[in-house]
Ligand binder design. Structure first.
Ligand code: FUL
Length: 453
């Protein structure tokens, strides 16, 4: 998501206003589809195409389908590894910038049907969709608007081609939970005005429960970098109408906007390897489980959602180092968040966002722990069904004779995770120091981290 044409941005911004959900006088709230998306927390990207065989990151469209031959392809192996690592959705690059289609599209021969894989009878999109259904993951598709192969690209009829492809993907593979609209376009790319309004209307018509990602929504926005960092302050709201040409500042997307009128939460896309596609030379550069845990804190722990890319290799399999890191990642998180040390209470420890305690600014909330405990992590959640309100807060702990300051924080939203050196205490005090209305505090968790973090 490095470059986006100015026209694209203008269209996105106009559409964003049309599709925005703010009501006058009320703070923005998520739609049901956005509300269902946010708690997925860890989701996966699957980058796979001819680039896997050419060792490139961006194909130029001249690749022969003959090179695509993942002889051991087993989408069940990918999805099983993701399931075991707690991932809740997988998004496949049905078509990347090179234009090669991983499904046998009726609209082009530049696809798996012209490849030697399964004698041209294969369908990667179907295999992934089926595996997701089998293992209970949600399924999403990435269909790159920038297409360096299709001759119609650059003419108005390309929009019809793109929409027909979208229709194939949205009608033949069961429920689709996310559609990823990539804004990348090379500097010397042909001029092309994408019909985003038409693309988005088609998704709403054919898969009304799917969220749509692009730089600035309509449903989910880019976090502004590919290094796995949501803003330390991260609002789920932005003003899409402020995104005039040249103003889609990645920093704005990274932090969101406390006064934003549209609910467009941030998704943090990042790869488990340096590149998005598989390169044998990067087998030794796979992020460790511990490093993935850091990404979790920097994305999910900052009111975003982690979209971690795990690229299948040339055989059509996840590689061993990637699988090992995914396992370690989940095992560390499970160990850290296994036991909430907060004394059970009806609304704040029931793991339901819909039961909450209402807090106004500077009204302290005392949180009793199960006796004296050593801890170094705190999780705070708001009932985002009614919007995002916390702008800042702080936490104190009781050291036996006095209240001592522990941590301050800014936004909370769906989830805020705090990491700090361990302290021992039997109770905490939470203050919301600044909020945009009465806060609906949904959950509070206090934990002792795994030694492997
Ligand atoms: C970018 C693309 O150019 C990259 O190749 C990758 O797909 C990334 C997720 O989005 O815009």
């Amino acid at each position: 998501m490095k470059q986006i044409g100015h026209k694209g941005l203008l269209i996105i911004s106009l559409l964003g206003s049309l599709l925005g959900y703010a009501q006058p006088g009320a703070i923005p709230k998520p739609t049901p589809r956005q509300l269902a998306w946010q708690p997925l927390e860890t989701t996966a990207f699957l980058h796979f195409t001819v680039n896997t065989y050419t060792d490139k990151e961006w194909g130029d469209g001249t690749e022969s389908p003959a090179i695509f031959n993942p002889t051991k392809l087993d989408a069940r192996q990918w999805i099983k590894a993701l399931k075991e690592a707690g991932f809740k959705m997988a998004i496949i690059t049905a078509k990347h910038h090179d234009g090669f289609c991983l499904w046998p599209s009726k609209l082009t021969d530049h696809s798996v049907k012209s490849s030697p894989w399964k004698n041209g009878k294969g369908d990667v999109v179907k295999e992934v969709a089926d595996a997701c259904r089998e293992f209970g993951l949600k399924f999403g598709v990435y269909l790159s608007p920038w297409d360096r192969h299709e001759p119609r690209y650059g003419t108005a009829s390309y929009n019809d081609y793109y929409k027909s492809q979208l229709r194939e993907l949205l009608t033949n593979y069961g429920p689709i939970s996310e559609v990823w609209f990539d804004g990348a376009k090379g500097e010397n790319a042909k001029d092309m005005t994408y019909d985003f309004a038409g693309y988005w209307a088609l998704v709403r018509e054919l898969q009304p429960n799917a969220v749509m990602f692009s730089d600035a929504g309509p449903d989910v926005r880019w976090v502004g970098n590919e290094s796995g960092n949501a803003g330390e302050t991260c609002w789920s709201t932005i003003n899409t109408e402020g995104l005039a040409p040249g103003k889609a500042d990645p920093k704005y997307l990274n932090r969101g906007d406390a006064t934003g009128k549209q609910w467009v939460p941030a998704e943090t896309d990042v790869s488990i390897r340096p590149g998005w596609f598989y390169h044998a030379a990067e087998d030794t550069k796979v992020r460790s489980g511990k490093n993935l845990v850091d990404l979790y804190y920097q994305s999910v722990g900052r009111n975003s959602l982690l979209l971690l890319n795990v690229p299948p290799n040339r055989d059509g399999l996840f590689s061993e180092p990637d699988i090992a890191s995914l396992k370690e990642f989940r095992s560390i998180l499970d160990e850290t968040f296994r036991q909430n040390l907060v004394m059970k209470q009806p609304s704040l420890t029931d793991k339901k966002l819909s039961t909450f305690t209402t807090l106004s600014a500077n009204q302290p909330l005392t949180i009793e722990l199960n006796g004296s405990q050593s801890f170094d992590r705190i999780a705070i959640q708001e009932n985002i069904a009614n919007g995002q309100r916390v702008a800042s807060g702080r936490i104190e702990y009781w050291d036996g004779s006095n209240w001592k300051s522990l941590q301050s924080f800014t936004t909370v939203g769906y989830k805020r995770l705090l990491r700090f050196p361990a302290v021992t205490s039997s109770k905490l005090r939470l203050f919301i120091t600044n909020a945009n209305g009465a806060v609906q505090l949904a959950e509070i968790g206090v934990f002792k981290a795994s030694a492997r973090e």
